[in-house]
Ligand binder design. Sequence first.
Ligand code: PMP
Length: 435
Amino acid sequence: MAFTNLGDLPVLPQPESFALTAAYNEDSFPNKVNLGQGVYRDNNCQPWVLLSIREVKSNPIPLTTPSNSPISFLTPSQAEQTLHNQQVNHEYLPIPGHAKFLAKARELLFSPQIGSQDNITSIQAVAGTGANHLAAIFCARNLRPKNVFISDPTWDNHHLIWEIAAPNVTRKLYPYYDPSTRGLNFDGMLSELENSAEENDVVILHACAHNPTGIDLMQDQWKKIADVVARKKLFVVFDCAYQGFASGDADADAWAIRYFYTTLFAKSSSPTGPAGMFVCQSLSKNFGLYGERIGALHLVTPPSLPTQGAKAHLVQLVRAEISCPSLFGARLVHTVLDSAELFSKWQDDVKTMAHRIKGVRALLKSELEKLGAQGDWSHIEQQIGMFSFTGLSSAQVRQLRERHHIYMLSNGRMSLSGLNEGNVAYVAQAIKDVL
Ligand code: PMP
């Protein structure tokens, strides 16, 4: 519908997680708890700057020219001025982004061995969201799939991104969550792709730490999905927003992506498989760089096909959207990934985050059991990543908020990072109260 009077435009609802945080911030109740937003918090429920990132910000770092070649280093006496130091230049990056950051980010995702293969084209993106958005526009313009298959449920932005960026592609849901078992509906997922997807259709897959359910596929299940994708020539868009954060092991969390690469796109794979595969890489959660908006989009194409055309089209989309990407996050992540010492610190950082989340999962479950809260709470411990899909109804979630000042998404998704040793008993008691 066209509006000539823009005053008639209807007001749209705010994204729920952002609206919840705003409401939480306004709440003056001293024991309020924010389990809404998907951001890591330390055991005091405070934002946490990773130790590896802190070190980059307080140590000499290479200055980079627009072409990304280091030209000089800050001296130690300048060090405390950090990356924000006025001596660091602020030139434009090339349109595809910070080349050295991209090479390192690709290695992190695919492994150094796969990451050096020439059938992966990488481009910097405005975090994971920007990567998803670029992937959607690129597919809509160049692949022209009939359908995009989206997991039910999913990160709500998948729908909005594809609705806006690819309006001619029909959005279809594939079953993912089974409320009766609070587990994965794998048979439903597989048969939907097997029976309803057509050649070149897009399938969005969460690489690890599925948002919002916290339920991931096992390796043998991934193999079955890869088999359907290969046979039916489907185009996978992997969304990887929690590498390292999920299990504490960045390699383990990238297993599915590497498996799909090896079976579908390595030199030894069938030459008549899918047209390609995208991987949307967010570095927001696993580097704690939420506001820096740093990410990458990787396009994998069949071996020995030319890649220059596809890259040129991605570059054109970036040019039209943001002209060229931002520098600061790319510098930070590149500096960590380029140093053996900092990389090892980062590996400890993701373990710290993953282990804290695992710890509060166990605490919440045991508090609920101690209180005799009705039902089986083992799913809280079995799920992985930032979220638990608790099984609480929207009415119960509303009561948690109205009676107990506990904020979480109406679909029952709880961000575990808002829990700590000091508030877990309060939250468990409140859950028991609304059951
Ligand atoms: N994909 C998924 C599944 C997510 O959960 C998120 C973050 N909530 C993103 C993508 C995007 O993250 P960002 O844009 O902050 O990197």
